[in-house]
Design a protein around this ligand. Sequence first.
Ligand SMILES: Nc1ncnc2c1ncn2[C@@H]1O[C@H](COP(=O)(O)OP(=O)(O)OP(=O)(O)O)[C@@H](O)[C@H]1O
Ligand SMILES: [Mg+2]
Length: 437
Amino acid sequence: MPAILVIDDNPAVATALEMLFSLHDIDVAHVASPVQGLQHLRGHDVDLVIQDMNFEADTTSGEEGVALFHQIRGEHPDLPVILLTAWTHLESAIDLVKAGAVDYLAKPWDDRKLLATVNNLLELAQAQRELAQERAGEKRRRGALLRDFDLRGLVFADNASENMLALACQVARSDIPVLITGPNGTGKEKYAEIVHANSGARNGPFIALNCGALPADLIEAELFGAEPGAYTGASNKPREGKFEAAHGGTLFLDEIGTLPLAGQVKLLRVLETGRFQRLGGNQERAVTVRIISATNANLAGLIAEGAFREDLFYRLNGIELRLAPLAQRQRDILPLARHFLPAGKRLGDDAERTLLRHAWPGNVRELRNVMQRAALLARGDVVSATDLNLQPAEPDRAMIERALEHNRGVLAQAAAELGMSRQALYRRLDRHGIKRD
Ligand SMILES: Nc1ncnc2c1ncn2[C@@H]1O[C@H](COP(=O)(O)OP(=O)(O)OP(=O)(O)O)[C@@H](O)[C@H]1O
Ligand SMILES: [Mg+2]
């Protein structure tokens, strides 16, 4: 049962409120002076205060009420307060309302209005408590991640990223092969580094091989090495392959979807046996290597087309880390943007809004480039929306409706929020069949 404290020197007010709230299963305590009120709050759990603005010492100015309110705020910053005030003091009450979690009603009050206000404030306080709890839990979990793992400076704030990171750190400890998938620039290589840095192989080498950057006929030599004269153009010195180089560490096979089928067969064999030979050689070599691979291709699609071996896919995909596009982890955007700004520069409000609205087809890499360019263009310390030089994302119906709602249907303001002209907004309203009223 919620508990309300009434602080009012008029016993009739107290009685009326007690009767009203007892009908609605709300517990009421009553005290007659500010001093008693503060004392009561120190010793009891109270969910909401209803306070008068004038007490016996000074029945006209309302200053006692203002002082009481500030004292309550000081000791109980989140406690909702309703100011009951005579019409003559509405103004000082309205000033206080700006302090948040406060509302005011003029005496004599309307019971229905008072109950509605009480319920609103109680719900608001409850929601704030839950949010604060949620944030405290977040802080604790994230602190533990930072303490227990090497996150390679990864910047994150979104829950989706936190979960992905926790998963990456957890799988890092086993030697299961990790496949990292996700669109361009989402941080696949960064995650590969994190898995390595928290694995048993962290003191060994981290060798990256971009399967997409090599001509098909060089991939084998690159992976397994070659003896002198093993192929046309081979040097006359033996060449160490990436598998050998990565021995005791991690081999990161980037853009694995571009590996030609011939290379796939060879790769599969090493993964199954842990053994291979250099090109043109006949000595069997054995290595211990943690395999991490990454791709922005849809491997299932490649398998269906016959361009990627299904058996290799299962070998590589001990566990998949599927990185989400940046636009789907909204809370990451601003922390990342600030991270990419040089020291001394900060984001203007308009720039923040633009960053949050952009679709980020190039994900974190695009954001990094945009911020680096904007920092050069910004004249002062503050980076503005203009400095970002981003084409505004085409807003969808929901975005337009939200902008109209924020701006109470004022088209010029909604258009400004969406970063477009009023005419452009008109055209989109027509296109989406949204009524202008
Ligand atoms: N969460 C993050 N915090 C800090 N930097 C990040 C983060 N995610 C990505 N980056 C940086 O963004 C850039 C792009 O990331 P990365 O190269 O890991 O992406 P990718 O998924 O491998 O991209 P591609 O598909 O193009 O190979 C890198 O400079 C990387 O360090
Ligand atoms: Mg990459």
